[in-house]
Unconditional design. Sequence first.
Length: 250
Amino acid sequence: MKRTRIIFLTFALFTLLLSCKTETPQNTAISVLIDVTDERFKDENFIAENLPKFLTLMKLDKETGGFSGGEIKLSLINEVSDSRSKSIKIEVGETGMMGENPLNRKDQVERFYNDLNQAFVSLLESADWGTDASKIYQKVTRECIKMNRTVADRKYLIIYSDMLENSSLFSFYGTNWKNQIEKMTTEPEKTLGQLAKNGPALPDLSAFEIYIIATRTSGNDEKINLSEQFWTSLFEYQGATVTFSSGLEI
């Protein structure tokens, strides 16, 4: 019986070490933008629901750990073209026979999660919620430019917003807004050229996966549909993979 137990424990340890050796850790960059015009995002459940999904994108899990690493940057979309941000990083772990202890790595991932949670709470508490103006294009473009300088295996841009721009560049409000947006949507190259004259040029996005999470109501559904067409047209023209939905579906 004792010998059988030793054989079993040896086999279990070998399997664990082998799994660590065969795992290929990746470095992931995630930028999360939250629009202050939508007060839904200051709900406490918003953080609890979405943080585990960010870790999933990084191939990490609070309960089981993981050896991948990277950085998550949190910032706001508001009436200015750039804003303060909070960044939380975790280094890629060493795998293989001489790599890190999986239990120690699990503790590192848990600390990363807790730090991320604190940063998220702090950012949302400091936000000036409910403002009308939102410079979405300029904020998103500046963030994409910064991310293009980052070395990472995968790059994700996650935007919590209805994407209803309301700035001097263009607007989903006022007179004749619908005709203007529809025309801009059908001519993405011309639209991007015009926008670049008054703000940063949207860079190459071929390395990006972009998730846009919008809140739909019976009152804004038509505008959200046009918003989806408009932004998808611009981002895909620049090479991004775009998912536009009502929740972050990973």
